[in-house]
Design a protein around this ligand. Structure first.
Ligand code: NAD
Length: 298
């Protein structure tokens, strides 16, 4: 039986660890939150009292933590000093490229194999085992990384060497943030011009304006029943999370010298929406800021 240490059992990690247990792995689970540990136990994982204990005889170590500083600390204090050198180390958190590369270098210097493997898909996909993984690792390690992620995945794609998974993730999410704002602006203008929202959706989703933010995740309530716009913009992908990813993209752009003016605008818009108190709402709720109808969210 494969022994997996799973560290970080929040909105995403909880579902992912459960999926691994369901697929037959022995999952030693750790989180700072007692409630998360209890939930993991109910889902077939074995809760432990520290990250060091979780990794001590693991075949695979998976982390799903909030940000770069958490991943750096857990790797330096718990994983690298305590895991067997044979363990395959995979970080699935969304973090900055520099932290991913730094952790990779430390892991490799200590004799481990490491992959950064951030995900796309959100909590529903985490629960269902249908996430998309973008992987940065050595080519020789990819088959094993892919097999380790398979129970949680719809697709696993290698982006390149260490840090490349994170690079792909922030580029993808910058594109998502920009495209969502474009779709929201179009609906706000359509409304002002007297167009019916459903009719505009029907036309744009069959015309050159078609994109994922419109046809799969429509911010205008109605045309796409599964979209968060139909449940008061609850659940889904929080504005605060989108803002975090847009900040990571802008930091990476500044460091690499890339010009990303639309990404900068998207960061500013989401920062404003977050500051207005809507950080917990799905990121498509920004439509109501553009409509001048924040009252629709209260
Ligand atoms: P979350 O805040 O729900 O979960 C993070 C968990 O990590 C918490 O339970 C927290 O207690 C735990 N934690 C923090 N420090 C720890 C430590 N030192 N040791 C053990 N546990 C610790 O966040 P989430 O929504 O599950 O997101 C996790 C990561 O996945 C983030 O990097 C996020 O950007 C990324 N992500 C989230 C989504 C989404 O839709 N929520 C989608 C894709 C990627």
């Amino acid at each position: 039986m494969t022994r997996i240490a799973f560290i970080g059992l929040g909105n995403m990690g909880g579902g992912m660890a459960a999926t691994q247990a369901k697929a037959g792995a022995a999952v030693a689970a750790f989180d700072l939150s007692a409630a998360a540990l209890e939930k993991a136990q109910g889902a077939g994982c074995s809760p432990v009292t520290s990250a060091a204990e979780a990794v001590k005889d693991a075949d695979i170590v998976i982390t799903m933590l909030p940000a770069g500083q958490h991943v750096r600390a857990v790797y330096a204090n718990d994983i690298l000093p305590n895991a067997p050198k044979t363990a395959l180390l995979i970080d699935c958190s969304t973090i900055d490229v520099d932290s991913a590369r730094a952790v990779s270098e430390q892991a490799v210097a200590a004799g481990f194999r490491f992959a950064d493997a951030p995900v796309s898909g959100g909590t529903m996909a985490a629960d269902a085992g249908t996430l998309a993984f973008m992987v940065g690792c050595e080519e020789a390690d990819f088959a094993q990384v892919e097999a380790a992620l398979a129970p949680m995945a719809r697709i696993v794609i290698r982006a390149g060497t260490a840090g490349s998974g994170q690079a792909a993730k922030i580029c993808n999410n910058m594109l998502l943030g920009v495209s969502m704002l474009g779709v929201c602006e179009a609906f706000a203008l359509a409304e002002r011009l007297g167009l019916d929202g459903e009719r505009f959706f029907e036309i744009a989703s069959k015309s050159s304006g078609q994109c994922w933010s419109l046809s799969t995740y429509c911010p205008w309530p109605g045309p796409v029943p599964t979209a968060p716009s139909n449940r008061g913009y609850e659940g889904g992908f929080a504005t605060a999370m989108m803002l975090k990813d847009l900040k990571l993209a802008q930091e990476a752009a500044a460091r690499s010298g890339a010009t990303t003016p639309m990404g900068a605008q998207a960061e500013a818009m989401y920062a404003l929406f977050d500051r207005l108190g809507y950080g917990g709402k799905d990121f498509s709720a920004v439509l109501n800021l553009m409509r001048g109808r924040l009252d629709a969210l209260n």
